[in-house]
Design a protein around this ligand. Structure first.
Ligand code: ADP
Ligand code: MG
Ligand code: MG
Length: 355
């Protein structure tokens, strides 16, 4: 008998389009020769306005790779009467959602409530992995080295004109320039600015506050950016290490999603000692936030001092055919279809455990 995989994609985040690309690649992998007899795909599309669609529309979106335009968002479901939401037909959920309202524990909470296995981290791992302040606290507790940072609440920026200059003074004194100002709960570099002066810092804080109540300011480092994929549950394994390179000032949204602006090299050209250190840190980070199934852990490698700092964990990293996560596993001999198969098996394994 085939297992019905509920592919959940789209979503209410800035990474809606990326989610569609990832879901297409995963749907293709589930239909690949080695998986086709085991799995059947039931696609569910979450529109930008939060409505869920099942039936043929999600299939068309997967086929075309294009999101539904707002005008077309009728909210009408075209699945056969009585079958929507055909949640109960799903054997394993595969939430292919990036960023807030998908990678952050919200959807995971819903799936957990339904008591059906799902791919990837649970509520806690997803939530800690999404919030850069909580994530850094978990990393610090695990003894993982990272950049100096200051956690800020929006109220310190917007609500009290006396507090704001003191906050900026503190950032200048403790972190200096350049520093990076980030909304705590986003991805794809959305809302992130690099500040090189007081004026830029003030603008950056104001901008970040428009995205999130929670904001993090970090000391800027000059470093190579290395990434490591992790796969597993309680005994996770780390992949070959890869490197991202680009010409722009930092790895911002445009650089991430404009073809040809960023390159990757897998394996990264670094010593085997650095590779081992990163692999070890990647597994520690995965366990520190209670991730499950998969995660991509990103690092700064400061070549001049030999230091490796952890930057972040992404509990549902980009998963298109050309994304780093599947490519790093491909370098270790795990093909894309096999990777997807393993993630489903890990979801079943985790579901069978208590807690
Ligand atoms: P996201 O979760 O949106 O990917 P990141 O924290 O990874 O956010 O930041 C995006 C990019 O910004 C990084 O890949 C890097 O190029 C740059 N960056 C972020 N923080 C720093 C820092 N402290 N020092 C230097 N560069 C940074
Ligand atoms: Mg991220
Ligand atoms: Mg990042």
């Amino acid at each position: 008998t085939t297992m019905r995989i509920g592919l959940l994609f789209g979503g209410r985040s800035g990474e809606h389009e990326v989610s569609i690309s990832s879901a297409r690649a995963i749907a293709r992998a589930l239909a690949a020769e080695e998986n086709a007899s085991k799995y059947e795909v039931l696609p569910f599309y979450i529109q930008k306005n939060g409505r869920w669609l099942s039936g043929t529309l999600p299939q068309q979106i997967l086929a075309s790779g294009k999101p539904l335009e707002i005008e077309e968002q009728t909210g009408q479901d075209d699945s056969p009467a009585g079958q929507f939401p055909n949640f109960n037909a799903v054997d394993v959920w595969f939430p292919v959602l990036h960023g807030p309202n998908g990678e952050d524990g919200t959807v995971q909470g819903l799936l957990k409530l339904m008591q059906v296995p799902f791919v990837g981290s649970g509520v806690l791992g997803s939530a800690i992995g999404m919030d850069k302040i909580a994530m850094k606290m978990a990393f610090a507790q695990a003894g993982l080295p990272q950049v100096k940072y200051i956690a800020v609440n929006r109220s310190e920026i917007w609500s009290n004109p006396c507090v704001f200059p003191k906050l900026c003074d503190k950032i200048e004194a403790d972190l200096g320039y350049p520093c990076f100002v980030k909304p705590a709960n986003l991805g794809s570099s959305v809302g992130i600015s690099k500040a090189r002066s007081r004026a830029e810092l003030e603008a950056a804080l104001d901008s970040a506050a428009s995205y999130d109540r929670r904001i993090i300011v970090e000391a800027g480092v000059v470093a190579r950016e290395l990434e490591c994929a992790v796969l597993g549950n309680d005994n996770p394994k780390a992949s070959t290490v890869g490197e991202i390179t680009f010409q722009s000032d930092f790895y911002d949204y445009e650089t991430k999603y404009t073809l040809g602006q960023a390159d990757c090299s897998i394996p990264a050209k670094v010593s085997s000692a650095i590779v081992s250190q990163i692999q070890e840190m990647a597994v520690q980070a995965f366990l520190a936030v209670d991730a499950a199934g998969l995660a991509r852990v990103d690092f700064f490698y400061i070549e001049s001092t030999g230091e490796v700092l952890i930057n972040e964990i992404n509990t549902f990293p980009g998963f298109t055919a050309t994304s780093m996560y599947p490519q790093m596993w491909a370098a270790d001999g795990i093909s894309f279809p096999e990777l997807v198969d393993r993630l489903i098996q890990l979801a079943l394994e985790r579901h069978g455990e208590k807690g």
